[in-house]
Design a protein around this ligand. Structure first.
Ligand SMILES: Cc1ncc(COP(=O)(O)O)c(C=O)c1O
Length: 488
């Protein structure tokens, strides 16, 4: 196929210039109905191009017949998938659709405990029973960076009826699991591997980057094209390979859970981003990788800072590192990640992608030229120079989290079960009805449907005493907890 083509974008251009007399949605009728504050803010062009399938020549995502068939074919060919689907609700909807396509109500699926909440959403929608891969905290980074192959192998032995394995790779930190090994393992058990590759839309386009799941045998791969390549926010791709997942069923699921009025702007941006990466990705990414390598080296030479890379590969399940992610250890400056990030923001207008107590993660993309990378380096140097080096940098002394709690009812059952609030101190033996997640590290201690036991209660008291923020529950002070109301 000719990857220079942008069939959907071209069709919009034609339709836009046709200037029909529209007596249909959108109500703004391509500009006349738009309020000026919004056009003052973003111009008129986006409204003029905000077409839908009623306009002549514009294809429809949920029943594509022309330009969108072509555009999605080009997207599949560009990464080597059998089929690719445009998503207009991010990787969030991709993860939900993957789960719905791979597992049915009551079936078992192997999922990392550190999965994105959209995966949990997929569990609620599908009614599947999750078996969680326990988080293995990396001793230096203090976050689970990968899904160890050996652990999944053991879980498949203890849960031979598992219907799918789902993983996230790469994660926010740019670390990848052994996706090829996991795909082989899943296929030995005749089940699909679903990969949340939200942070890896650029991976297929350069041989020096770790392989994308699409290239190493995963059945479904979800990529947020808005995160690491040049598409609009909310646009993403779902790639299908092989026959373990039925394409027709996947299409139906996507129609069910995505808007029936898909944004042409999002889809056109997917078309254009694919063209850019397929035709110029290699040269653009060569520069990106070089700039990130230069930045990594320079950061390592700034007093008090360190930048992780592939030296962590080979342990704790880590198979590869995406060099475009700068995992910057800042805590040895005497400032934790959040304080360091505040200085970066207020003094230099620099914002990273993710912050944890010890690190700031910066994503270098094809958009970052030398000047932007130098600006980042100068900002890092200037903030690091404020710190008092080598003060005590330990933040996690104390109890380790208890084993994963027992799941009594599955996420879907818990989502619909009646619940009540009660004092946490009296909640041993109760089934939790809400998510309780200390942040950091942002991995749930309890999920709806799981038993609160005495060890967990002790640990929750400990976390509370440490002043760690709690995300998820109604009462974030944890005086009270919402539990399943067994009376109703
Ligand atoms: C690992 C992971 N998966 C999925 C998502 C959801 O992606 P999107 O924002 O494109 O819906 C995110 C978003 O941050 C993520 O980090």
């Amino acid at each position: 196929m000719d990857q220079q083509q942008t069939p959907f974008l071209d069709s919009l251009n034609k339709a836009k210039n046709a200037r029909e007399y529209s007596f249909h949605m959108p109500g703004h009728k391509f500009i006349a109905g738009v309020n000026t504050p919004i056009t003052d803010f973003m111009g008129e062009a986006a409204f003029e191009a905000d077409l839908n399938e009623i306009s002549p020549g514009v294809d429809y995502l949920h029943a594509p017949k022309g330009a969108l068939v072509e555009a999605q074919r080009l997207a599949a060919e560009a990464v080597g998938a059998d089929r690719s689907f445009f998503l207009i609700n991010g990787s969030t909807v991709g993860n939900q659709a993957s789960m719905l396509a791979a597992v049915r109500d009551g079936q078992t699926v192997i999922v990392p405990r550190s999965a994105h909440r959209s995966v949990y959403g997929g569990l609620i929608l599908s009614g599947a029973n999750p078996v969680y891969v326990p988080p293995v905290y990396h001793p230096q980074v203090e976050f689970p960076l990968a899904v160890p192959l050996g652990t999944v192998r053991e879980l498949l032995v203890s849960h031979p009826n598992a219907a799918a394995v789902q993983i996230t790779s790469p994660n926010y930190y740019g670390y990848l699991s052994d996706v090829r090994g996991l795909a082989t393992l899943a296929h030995e058990h005749n089940i699909p591997l679903l990969v949340d590759e939200a942070h890896g839309a650029h991976l297929p386009f350069h041989p020096d980057l770790p392989a994308s799941g699409v290239q190493v045998g995963a059945d479904l791969v979800v990529q947020s094209s808005h995160k690491t390549v040049g598409a609009l926010t909310q646009s993403a791709l779902l790639h299908l390979s092989g026959t373990r997942i039925a394409a027709a069923q996947l299409e139906q699921i996507l129609s069910l859970i995505q808007s029936s009025s898909p944004s042409a702007l999002l889809m056109a941006s997917l078309d254009a981003a694919r063209q850019q990466m397929a035709t110029h990705g290699r040269e653009l990414l060569t520069r990106t990788i070089q700039r990130a390598a230069h930045a990594r080296e320079a950061i390592r030479n700034i007093s008090g800072l360190w930048c992780y890379g592939d030296e962590l590969v080979g342990a704790y399940g880590i198979f590869a590192h995406d060099p475009t992610k700068l995992v910057i250890r800042v805590v040895d400056t005497g400032m934790n990640g959040h304080i360091f990030a505040e200085h970066l923001a207020h003094e230099h207008n620099v914002y990273g992608e993710f912050v944890d107590p010890k690190h700031i993660i910066c994503s270098i993309t094809i958009a970052d030229d030398e000047q932007r990378v130098d600006y980042l380096l100068n900002a890092l140097k200037s903030v690091a120079a404020r710190g008092k080096y080598k003060i005590d940098s330990s933040t996690s002394a104390g109890l380790t989290p208890p084993n994963l709690p027992q799941m009594i009812i599955n996420p879907r059952q818990a989502n619909f079960a009646p619940s009540k609030s009660m004092p946490l101190a009296q909640a041993v033996g109760e089934i939790c009805a809400e998510q309780i997640m200390p942040y950091p590290p942002g991995i749930p201690l309890l999920l709806p449907g799981e038993r609160i036991d005495a060890d967990m209660l002790d640990y929750l008291h400990y976390v509370k005493a440490q002043g760690v923020s709690i995300v998820g529950p109604e009462d974030t002070t944890l005086e009270y907890v919402r539990v399943i109301d067994k009376q109703t």
